[in-house]
Unconditional design. Structure first.
Lengths: 149, 130
């Protein structure tokens, strides 16, 4: 008789655990970051780091013409980059090997910190795009003074 | 970690022995052949001409580049690609005039011109009508 009876609280615990798992799966990870390298959604790959007063991002875009590149910062916390990498001109030759990609790309990324779109600076050197995005005043860390009694 | 512009170096015939640690990548390279030359275009983002070393020895063309490592103490939030040195080797056939090999580096793209020997250029045969 006792073997068949399922206590009520066991089933509830099981449902809670499942509920938490689903939350974790859909809430925690932003699919825009850390996508599979080499996949269509992941060009260009970004490295993002944080300094006290700004967010910096770097992406490798060798051979890009800057006029083919569009960078937007929307609302302080979204970075949008799109452009087209043109194939090197080669009309009369035969291709022996083609490893470099070309074509249109577009990526929309959520920034972990609010930045000020008016103050974003972008530079492009040796094929590396560097973005310096100063944080909004409210997002900067403020040191809390500890008063000793 | 493979990516659009470079791929990790494999330890096949061109094994890379390094005396210091660090990641090495094989830059992706396009090769096009025209009547006069072979053109190699490679993606080498972040490389300046001082750090680029191209050698031709024993019919092997060695492309090597160093990247300045990122300063320590950076608080990385997202890392989708790794940065490392570049290394790639090509064996060049006899049809190349090795004295006239030239290279340009612009916006992270290396363009290597390998002109062909006179003997290897295609010659058009004139057809005489009579």
């Amino acid at each position: 008789m006792f073997a068949r009876w399922q206590p009520f609280f066991d089933r509830q615990a099981e449902m809670n655990r499942l509920h938490q798992e689903m939350n974790r799966l859909f809430g925690r990870f932003d699919p825009a970051w850390n996508v599979r390298p080499g996949s269509i959604e992941s060009f260009p790959a970004f490295n993002l780091w944080e300094e006290d007063d700004r967010l910096c991002a770097e992406a490798e875009l060798p051979g890009m013409d800057v006029s083919d590149l569009e960078i937007y910062v929307n609302g302080g916390n979204q970075l949008s980059i799109r452009g087209e990498r043109k194939q090197t001109q080669c009309d009369s030759g035969t291709w022996h090997r083609q490893e470099r990609g070309h074509g249109k790309f577009a990526r929309l990324l959520d920034l972990p910190v609010e930045v000020d779109p008016e103050k974003v600076e972008a530079s492009f050197q040796q094929g590396v795009l560097t973005l310096k995005m100063p944080k909004r005043e409210e997002a900067k860390p403020r040191r809390i003074q500890v008063k000793s009694a | 970690m493979s990516s659009i512009v470079k791929q990790p170096s494999h330890t096949d015939g061109a094994a890379v022995e390094r005396t210091q640690g660090g990641v090495v990548f094989q830059p992706r390279i396009d090769i096009v052949e025209t009547a006069d030359e072979l053109t190699l275009c490679g993606d080498l983002p972040g490389v300046t001409s001082e750090n680029l070393d191209i050698k031709f020895e024993n019919r092997e063309l060695v492309i090597q580049a160093k990247i300045d490592p990122a300063p320590d103490g950076r608080k990385l939030l997202v890392r989708e690609y790794e940065v490392g040195d570049y290394y790639r080797v090509f064996t060049i056939g006899e049809e190349i005039d090795t004295d006239k090999i030239s290279a340009e580096l612009h916006d992270g793209v290396l363009v290597l011109h390998l002109p062909k020997n006179e003997a290897a250029k295609p010659k058009r045969i004139e057809v005489k009508t009579g």
